[in-house]
Design a protein around this ligand. Structure first.
Ligand SMILES: Cc1cc2nc3c(=O)[nH]c(=O)nc-3n(C[C@H](O)[C@H](O)[C@H](O)COP(=O)(O)OP(=O)(O)OC[C@H]3O[C@@H](n4cnc5c(N)ncnc54)[C@H](O)[C@@H]3O)c2cc1C
Length: 459
């Protein structure tokens, strides 16, 4: 059902599917398109891990909630991830430590460990079949310069009562590496649909919010033909599409990575490099996922080059990919996600720095506590109102601007900010180099910030 893309003949002549392995899962659930005006207390915009987790956390509240998704539930960034639940998140802890201090970093670490336990608890309690597997996570490097940093990180983890052990694996021979336990692997789409099993709030698919207005304490959100009046709006749309980039209250950049999945049987593995160039690997039943070639979307738009390079790396490991795809996430300047109240009655969860399966679920808990007026220990840590340093903020604007200018020469324009779209020959999509919107070959928007389709002519 999810596989509206066809199998394609790739650059080296092998047949591969150009969508993620998670999309083979068919939930058999279709939600209707909104076809009437309505009102609610809370409107959640976006049906990825953030929106669905929030819906789940609000299930017993007295609030009248609804969720709208412009495409299909889960088909955004969530279904293109690697499906790891880990607190060993490459060099992110060090980025947070250098932006703030040890205490803030320890609080972030605690939030990740606690959320991984919460997710496992929910999977158990709700009997969600999502291929959850407890697998140690390892961090590795082949670069001399990373070793002292990794040793310092190891000391920090030990100070925070985490046991770290040295490990060995054929895939990372000649590397410096260590591992931690109590981390997991799962199937992200099966998890989302498992959370939806007990939902009784209305959910609409194929329903895009095009604009919104605030007046007299209420928002009116507009689809192409209907209006939704609500007291609270939650932006769970990945990129907060309605905020203009130059008035963006936070510093962010967009990072794209390339992934493959090959039939390959081996013992369970979850592993990632400490720093760039990132490599992330995991097993899934008799498959092996391999991610590489991460880069900022505004600095480099050559998808074919990156896919070819990925194939070269997988072939050196003896892997023959059955699936190839790419994915984009939002990186924040200080390394912390952006979760909380932006403005009066306007809430947001985004900026997960490629660790949004844990952080998206956590956002669902924090945002539901804010809406229920309950306290939560992480509200100030992730607040969108925390102060940012102006240098990195400017840096992100310059990065976004350079993509914006680069995109001008191309013929199809992104409805979000008019940036020229670049054709991704491998996945057959039109991709925006400025803010990451993507459109399939028919022009349908498959990734925000755009909330509109484009019209493809036969040129
Ligand atoms: C290569 C890669 C690998 C990753 N692997 C992992 C991992 O192993 N572990 C981990 O923790 N994290 C991982 N992540 C990060 C994680 O996948 C994301 O941070 C997370 O899925 C983002 O979830 P989301 O709900 O914010 O966004 P999405 O899943 O994109 O959901 C947002 C939804 O909003 C909808 N929407 C947008 N605009 C509108 C609108 N106007 N109206 C209605 N709906 C709208 C979209 O269609 C979309 O479905 C990875 C990221 C990348 C890039």
């Amino acid at each position: 059902m999810y596989n509206f893309f066809i199998v394609f003949n790739t650059i080296n002549g092998d047949y591969m599917k150009h969508y993620s392995i998670w999309r083979e899962y068919n939930s058999k659930i279709l939600y209707p398109k909104l076809d009437h005006d309505c009102s609610c207390d809370v409107l959640i915009i976006g049906g990825g891990i953030t929106g669905i987790s929030l819906l789940y956390h609000l299930r017993n509240s007295k609030l009248n909630v609804m969720l709208v998704e412009q495409n299909r539930i889960g088909l955004g960034v969530t279904s293109n991830s690697t499906g790891k639940l880990t607190f060993l998140q490459n060099d992110l802890l060090d980025k947070i430590r250098s932006s703030y201090n040890d205490d803030i970093c320890a609080l972030y670490l605690e939030s990740q460990i606690e959320t991984i336990h919460d997710i496992c608890h929910v999977i158990d309690k709700e009997e969600i079949s999502c291929d959850l597997e407890r697998v140690s996570s390892s961090l590795f490097t082949n670069q001399e310069k990373d070793i002292p940093k990794m040793k310092k990180l190891k000391d920090f983890l030990i100070q925070n009562h985490i046991s770290v052990s040295l490990s060995k694996d054929d895939f990372m021979k000649n590397s410096y590496l260590y591992e931690v336990d109590d981390t997991y692997l799962f199937h992200p789409l099966k998890f989302l649909y498992g959370l939806l099993k007990h939902n009784s709030f209305p959910v609409y698919e194929d329903t895009s919010i095009l604009k919104m207005k605030y007046s007299n304490g209420f928002y009116t959100c507009f689809t192409s033909s209907n209006q939704i009046r609500c007291k609270y709006v939650v932006l769970a749309s990945h990129y907060p599409y309605f905020l203009k980039p130059y008035f963006f209250p936070f510093k962010v950049s967009l990072e794209k990575s390339y992934l493959s999945c090959s039939t390959y049987s081996r013992k369970p593995l979850s592993s990632i490099t400490y720093s760039y160039p990132f490599i992330s690997m995991r097993t899934y039943h008799d498959f092996f996922l391999y991610l590489s070639n991460s880069h900022s979307i505004s600095s480099d738009t050559s998808d074919v080059k990156h896919f070819k390079d990925l194939l070269k790396k997988t072939s050196l490991l003896g892997l023959h990919p059955d699936y190839l795809w790419s994915n984009i996430d939002i990186m924040t300047g200080d390394g912390l996600p952006i979760i909380g109240e932006l403005n009066s009655h306007l809430l947001i969860g985004t900026g997960y720095n490629t660790w949004g399966l844990t952080n998206g679920f956590l956002a669902g808990k924090i945002l539901s506590d804010i809406l229920k007026k309950k306290d939560n220990p992480y509200i100030s840590l992730f607040s969108p109102k925390r102060s940012f340093s102006s240098i990195s903020y400017l840096d992100s604007i310059v990065k976004n601007m350079s993509g914006y200018l680069k995109g001008f020469s191309h013929s199809y324009k992104c409805p979000h900010m008019g940036c020229g779209l670049i054709y991704n020959e491998i996945e057959k999509t039109y991709d925006c180099p400025c803010h990451g919107s993507r459109f399939d070959s028919t022009g349908k928007c498959i990734l925000s910030p755009s909330n509109q389709d484009i019209s493809i002519s036969n040129k």
